[in-house]
Unconditional design. Structure first.
Length: 563
């Protein structure tokens, strides 16, 4: 390849991103990223989505990456701009999303000297290092594309995760005549043949095997489902939802920790954990009784026995390991013929047990369940009671990349994530399940949704505050409720001001029709559910205990860390 005629590093960055296939980037324009964004605009090869805040931009890039499996790109300013995106970047780290965070800094002559130029924040790289898979700084314009290339490879290589590239503003104006560097296909970690032989021998001996799939198994859907066809029972983590179809016989779906599911674990003689850490939040802080024999498959050796003792660890890419395992197994495993049926019954029992707690919200949950999975709608869940009770398990999803949730548990990210998911690919309308308390944190991104004509239907569950916190206060603090009841704006007036379609539901039986209307209408739509009018849950959700739990280890991030 010859050298490209690049005037400055900002143009080199824009050209490189377009050449590797980036078609959409999200961000906020600033004096410290003007050369990059000016080049993106002039080259007209990348759609730039101007978010109203850096956190929203990063959430959009994160959801875009999860929805497509491709690189998400977030562009922020330096200092406070980069800091604003920190919470959203932590979310991407928890979910293992391959996001490139392009940020800037002051001129190199001012770096780390506390001279006080505009947007100067000492220790920016230290902050970003703590919430990135890896960080890079471009020291010279002529190094721009090679540094970017290394960063992109890092983001997309398993275990995937967010990376940060910092380009000081004076570097962006510097000449950069690098040859274009094309990222090759990302190499997969190949398992040892001896490990596959040993794993196959274990599986052939098992009579009641279970496969637990996490986010690290998202590219192994066909192989995981084939194991179920041959005799395995399946269960998924939150990040692994849809790896095995949730309506498939012989699955527990995402009901990981119900009494009915635990009874199935008690009968199992082998648990194959693929791309998951068995997170504390999905195993009752490690108290869930799992089979004694656990084999863990992961691309990240640090995940071995992270939360549970295991008998064997297989290091390798999930798809390659399962392909190798299937090649060593018979077409039909010699398993207990009643075990898969028992799992299906347990799945139905878990659904019935949950539905019985929902009271008037059963109709809302059923309406979403009847639309989201069958209609193949991307389904984004913010942190709210509705998500915790029925959105994260009861409402089925059609495939892994149609499911986006707040993996790190941070509130208020659902609206921006919904925009990113909606702009990722053309298709059925994205449905966002959010609460009033969380929505207020990112309400400005409604303007982004309208400007970009994002096809999303926002189901806003309005209980006038932080309902989960109120339930915890009722359960653990003798009903002393403080600081969780908030002033709630007029969402109809807000939507009217933004230009968002709006409906309000005060009876659960009216929700299904309103949802269908929102899906049929063009552009962003909101269906507000007045929870004070609808009524309380029959059994209020009390969340996870805020008290310290000895030995509990929480956390998830890329590939297995996204489990």
């Amino acid at each position: 390849m010859g050298e490209a005629a690049i005037v400055n590093a900002g143009e080199a960055v824009a050209d490189y991103l377009a050449n590797i296939g980036v078609t959409v980037a999200f961000g906020v324009i600033s004096v410290h990223n003007l050369p990059i964004l000016d080049a993106i605009a002039r080259q007209a090869r990348i759609r730039f989505v101007p978010a109203r805040g850096e956190a929203g931009a990063y959430n959009m890039a994160d959801a875009y990456a999860r929805r497509t499996g491709r690189l998400g790109v977030a562009i922020t300013s330096t200092g406070g701009g980069a800091g604003n995106a920190a919470g959203a970047q932590m979310e991407a780290l928890a979910a293992g999303s391959p996001v490139l965070h392009l940020t800037s800094n002051v001129d190199r002559s001012f770096l780390d000297r506390d001279c006080g130029p505009i947007h100067d924040v000492g220790g920016q790289m230290a902050m970003l290092t703590a919430i990135s898979k890896s960080t890079f700084r471009v020291w010279e314009g002529r190094r721009a594309t090679t540094t970017l290339d290394a960063a992109v490879r890092g983001a997309l290589s398993a275990p995937t995760g967010p990376v940060t590239v910092e380009i000081p503003i004076d570097v962006q104006y510097e000449a950069s005549n690098n040859p274009f560097v094309r990222s090759p296909a990302i190499a997969r970690t190949v398992p040892l043949e001896s490990d596959l032989d040993a794993l196959a021998a274990r599986v052939r001996r098992a009579r009641r095997p279970i496969i637990w799939t996490g986010g690290g198994a998202r590219d192994a859907c066909t192989q995981a489902s084939e194991l179920v066809q041959r005799g395995f029972v399946a269960v998924t983590s939150m990040n692994g939802r849809g790896v095995v179809p949730e309506t498939m016989p012989g699955t527990l779906g995402a009901f990981q920790a119900t009494p009915s599911s635990e009874a199935i674990y008690a009968r199992s003689d082998l648990l194959l954990v693929v791309g998951s850490r068995l997170r504390a939040m999905e195993t009752r802080n490690g108290g869930l009784r799992l089979p004694a024999s656990i084999v863990q498959i992961d691309v990240d050796p640090k995940c071995a026995a992270a939360n549970y003792a295991i008998e064997m660890f297989v290091h390798g890419d999930a798809r390659l390991v399962l392909e190798g395992l299937l090649a060593r197994l018979p077409a039909t495993l010699d398993v207990d013929p009643a075990f898969a049926g028992s799992a299906s019954e347990a799945h139905l029992a878990s659904q019935r047990e949950l539905a019985a707690t929902l009271g008037p919200y059963r109709a809302i949950a059923d309406a979403l369940r009847g639309v989201v999975g069958p209609g193949r709608h991307p389904f984004v869940r913010d942190v709210t009671i509705a998500s915790a009770t029925f959105g994260n398990r009861y409402v089925t999803v059609a495939e892994p990349r149609l499911s986006v949730h707040a993996a790190a548990g941070g509130i208020g990210q659902g609206l921006a994530m919904g925009i990113g998911a909606a702009l990722a690919e053309k298709g059925p309308k994205t449905i966002v399940l959010a609460g009033d308390g969380g929505a207020i944190l990112s309400i400005g991104e409604l303007a982004t949704a309208v400007q970009e004509q994002a096809e999303l239907a926002i189901v806003l569950m309005n209980d006038g505050g932080y309902g989960i916190i109120r339930n915890l206060q009722d359960a653990q603090f003798a009903g002393r409720q403080h600081y969780a009841s908030l002033h709630t704006p007029d969402f109809e007036a807000l939507c009217r001001g933004f230009g968002v379609g709006y409906q309000k539901v005060g009876r659960s039986e009216d929700f299904s029709g309103a949802l269908q209307n929102a899906i049929a209408a063009a552009g962003p739509q909101m269906v507000e559910v007045d929870m004070k009018a609808v009524g309380a849950f029959a059994i209020p959700f009390s969340g996870t205990t805020p008290k310290p739990v000895s030995g509990a280890i929480a956390g998830d991030a890329a590939n297995s860390r996204i489990g």
